[in-house]
Each structure stands twice: as structure tokens, then as C-alpha cells.
Design a binder for this molecule. Structure first.
Ligand code: 5AD
Length: 448
């Protein structure tokens, strides 16, 4: 199973390539030297990461051809709207249709959707979000590998199990060799093409050490590297970009500065926002979002979260549930219900249309595979597979790490891959690149 289907470049202008996947066209940034029209390439997250020999590409494409059109049809059939069930509040229908047509919703209208609780109304919202996703992205879904390379953190976020005050937790840190080896083997043996490298805020990884890791990976493999390492100064992020990292995943956690202040004693809201602005200016692909279910968080806050995320030209929205960790001050926080998550994902889709919405692993931890399936059917189009070696995975306990969904906390990667792939296939999704979003295409500041 391969996590990216190659495409053929139809044309290139201003460093943006138009790529054909069985007749479907996507735009991606040209990010490697010597790429020409007619080349076969892998793109990930709207960035060309590798070129392939024609014979290799054609044989992969041949292998996918039949499955691809079958999956595409299934996705389309599933997204086809059903006639309105009786009894849905006409005001909700009006707002949803307005969003579907791409007309800007007022804050009040968006709030009405976030506050909505009727089953028929919610189903219409999710179904509409799914239909927009299908029209914009077709059945493309992206599956990134995530490697959690250190659980050492200097911060004390009130919700997080790897906070420095959790003295009971055994700590680990991977050396460069190990990280490079995990990525290389995930590319060569498993076909991954995009990775999130995540850690606590661990100052052992200096700019030099991170640069070395990124350089070594990029020398060996054509992959998209997304950093999730917390706050660093802009100079550091610039060096890491120059070394070959292209994405940054950093949530602002909440857009409400008061709530932010309450749950972060070692971090400042303004710094988080500055970090996000800084990495955007450098030209990184941005993945950001917030935690859903913080004590005291209201629907108004969630709405501002979506709008704040959108203001960074976010490529990938990452909204997920808070899961109470027993060794944190938020140990007794009750879990949110699945609809709270689905509403945020669906509203994000309704007001952005072309954004990419991640379905976080926390959704699966709380609600099982069915939760993930529902999120993928409510506007979600992206997932991550954890590639952290089993001996560390349990220790990267931002939230308690038993895998309720399967009951196999240390199940092997291959098994998780096949489960994810069969879920995606059951919904007609295929791993083509998701392409560049409208905002980034016109607005890109990369100096490539
Ligand atoms: N539940 C869910 N998500 C959490 N994170 C940290 N702690 C928790 C928790 N208890 C998320 C934060 C952070 C990301 C790496 O993990 O949003 O940005």
C-alpha cells in the first residue's frame, strides 16, 4: 500500500505545477530542482516532494487505476445529498445552504450552527460538509506518519500528560540516527511521503541538532516534513526551513486569551500567535487549531478558534477533543461529546470549503473507529498514523495512551496501517495529494 499516488505535471507557472491524477487536476508547489512539464512526481500537502522515473510511476498508476475510479465513485455516491428529512428548522437549512454556496456567514449564523443540537439539523450540517469536501477535494485524503521523538517538555500545560510537573512519567529522547532511520524505513518499506516530527518543548534539540536531522532525512528521501516542536524563535524556524522542513503544526490551543492564561503558566498567548505569524511569513505550510472541551470554553470561543485558525492561511485544521489525563490539573474534566467535535469540523469545512481537516487520534481514542468514520463523513479529509516505536509510544502520554479502539496499545504499525486504509477505502477515499489550497496558491511567500 502506498500513501501517495504519483501524478504527471501538465504545466508549471510561477513555481506552481498543475498535476494530473487520472484526469483530476491539483496544484502543488515546485519544491525540488529540475522539475519539468511531463515529469511524474509525488506531491504531499500541496508540495512536490519527489520525482519518479516514468516506468515506476506508470506501474504504480496502473496498479491503482481500477481501484481509484471505484473508490472515487463510492465517495461520490456517499456524498450525494439525500432529500431533506421532514421537520428540520428552516433557519438552519437557510444558514447551511448559504455556507454551501460560499456566501460569508455572520458570526450569529455560525454560532447558531455550533449551538445546534437537533439530530436532523446536525445530520444535514455534516452531510453538507461532506458534500463540499467531496466537490473540492474529490476523494483525496492524506495520511501522514507521526513520530514522537521526545516526551521531555519544559512547559506545564494544565491538560497535558507530558507536562514537566508529571514526575511519575518515564522520559525518553531519540537521537538523530534513530529518527532518520524511522523515517527512512517508513518511506522505503511502508510508502509514507509526509511526516510530522513531534516532541515536547525539549531544548536538547538545538537548532543545529534539528537542522542535522532534517538535512539527513531530506538527503535520503523526498518527503514532506512537518515540525511540531512548539515555540522557537523565528531565526530557528528559518534555519529549519532552509534545511528542508516545509510544515509547522502548532495549535494555539484556545483563541480565548483568558482561558489560555488559565491553562498555561509557562507560555504566553501573544507568543503563540507571534510564532504562528512568524512561521507563516517564512513560508511554512501551517497546521493549527485548538482543543475542544477545555473547562469554561463556550461555543463563542470555538467559533473564534475556527476564525483565528483561518486567519493564518491554515492549510490543515487540527481541532480535537481534550482527554483528561489523571496526572494533570484537568484530571476530572468530563469528555466532550462527539457532536461537539463534528460541529467544529463541519463548520470549518462550511466556511473554508477548501481547507484540510485533520481527524485527530484523540477522536479515535475517545470514540473509537466509528468516531473517526463520522468525522471523515462530516468534512474531515486527513489522518495521521503513529510511527513512534512501541517502546516509546506509551510514554508519549499527552493523554492516557491505552488504545480503547482496538485494545492493542502496542499493535504493530502494519496493523494500524491496514485498519486505517480499510476505513478510508470503505468510505471511497484514496491517498492522492490534497493539493494546494486557494489561499496558499495565490498568497505563497515561499522563496523557492
Ligand atoms: N488531550 C488531548 N490533546 C492534548 N494535547 C495535549 N494534551 C492533550 C490532552 N490531554 C494536544 C495539544 C498539543 C498537541 C501536541 O497535543 O493540543 O498541541
Amino acid at each position: 500500500m502506498c500513501y501517495a499516488i504519483p501524478g504527471r505535471i501538465i504545466k508549471i507557472s510561477n513555481n506552481i505545477a498543475l498535476i494530473d491524477y487520472y484526469g483530476e487536476r491539483k496544484e502543488a508547489l515546485v519544491d525540488i530542482e529540475g522539475i519539468r512539464t511531463g515529469d511524474y512526481v509525488f506531491a504531499q500537502g500541496g508540495v512536490i516532494v519527489d520525482r519518479l522515473q516514468e516506468e515506476v510511476a506508470l506501474s504504480i498508476l496502473e496498479g491503482w487505476r481500477e481501484a481509484f475510479s471505484r473508490l472515487k465513485k463510492k465517495d461520490k455516491d456517499l456524498a450525494e445529498e439525500e432529500p431533506f428529512p421532514e421537520g428540520i428548522d428552516p433557519e438552519i437549512i437557510r444558514i447551511i445552504r448559504k455556507g454551501e454556496e460560499g456566501i460569508t456567514l455572520t458570526r450569529d449564523e455560525m454560532l447558531t450552527l455550533l449551538r445546534c443540537s437537533g439530530r436532523g439539523e446536525l445530520n444535514l450540517l455534516y452531510q453538507t460538509a461532506n458534500s463540499i469536501r467531496q466537490k473540492v477535494h474529490k476523494n483525496s485524503s492524506c495520511v501522514h506518519g507521526i513520530i514522537e521523538f521526545s516526551n521531555i517538555c519544559k512547559n506545564d500545560c494544565a491538560y497535558c500528560g507530558i507536562r514537566k510537573d508529571n514526575h511519575a512519567l518515564e522520559r525518553y529522547r531519540m537521537e538523530a540516527d534513530e529518527i532518520v532511520e524511522i523515517v527512512t524505513s517508513a518511506v522505503n518499506r511502508l510508502g509514507f511521503r509526509a511526516f510530522v516530527l513531534q516532541s515536547g518543548e525539549d531544548s536538547y534539540y538545538t537548532t543545529e541538532r534539528l537542522t542535522e536531522i532534517i538535512r539527513r532525512i531530506r538527503e535520503r528521501c523526498g518527503v514532506l516534513l512537518i515540525l511540531s516542536i512548539g515555540e522557537r524563535d523565528k531565526g530557528c524556524y528559518q534555519e529549519l526551513y532552509d534545511a528542508g522542513a516545509r510544515g509547522v503544526l502548532i495549535r494555539f490551543e484556545t483563541s480565548n486569551p483568558d482561558l489560555y492564561g488559565k491553562f498555561h503558566t509557562t507560555l504566553r498567548y501573544e507568543d503563540r500567535i507571534e510564532t504562528l505569524k512568524g512561521v507563516r511569513e517564512i513560508g511554512y505550510i501551517i497546521a493549527t487549531g485548538s482543543l475542544i472541551g477545555l473547562p469554561g470554553q463556550r461555543e463563542e470561543d470555538l467559533l473564534e478558534d475556527i476564525l483565528l485558525a483561518r486567519s493564518f492561511d491554515t492549510e490543515m485544521y487540527s481541532f480535537g477533543p481534550l482527554i483528561a489525563h489523571p496526572a494533570t490539573p484537568l484530571a476530572s474534566t468530563p469528555p466532550v461529546d462527539l457532536d461537539a467535535i463534528l460541529k467544529v469540523i463541519a463548520l470549518t469545512r462550511l466556511i473554508t470549503h477548501d481547507g484540510n481537516a485533520l481527524v485527530t487520534s484523540a477522536v479515535e481514542t475517545l470514540f473509537g473507529k466509528e468516531g473517526t468514520r463520522q468525522a471523515l463523513m462530516a468534512g474531515g479529509n486527513s489522518m495521521m498514523i503513529n510511527l513512534t516505536p512501541a517502546r516509546y509510544r506509551r510514554l508519549y502520554a499527552i493523554y492516557p495512551r491505552e488504545d480503547r479502539a482496538t485494545g492493542f496499545p502496542d499493535e504493530d504499525v502494519q496493523r494500524r496501517i491496514s485498519e486505517t486504509v480499510s476505513l478510508l477505502h470503505s468510505l471511497g477515499r484514496a491517498p492522492t495529494d490534497i493539493g494546494i489550497s486557494g489561499t496558499r496558491g495565490g498568497n505563497n511567500k515561499t522563496s523557492l
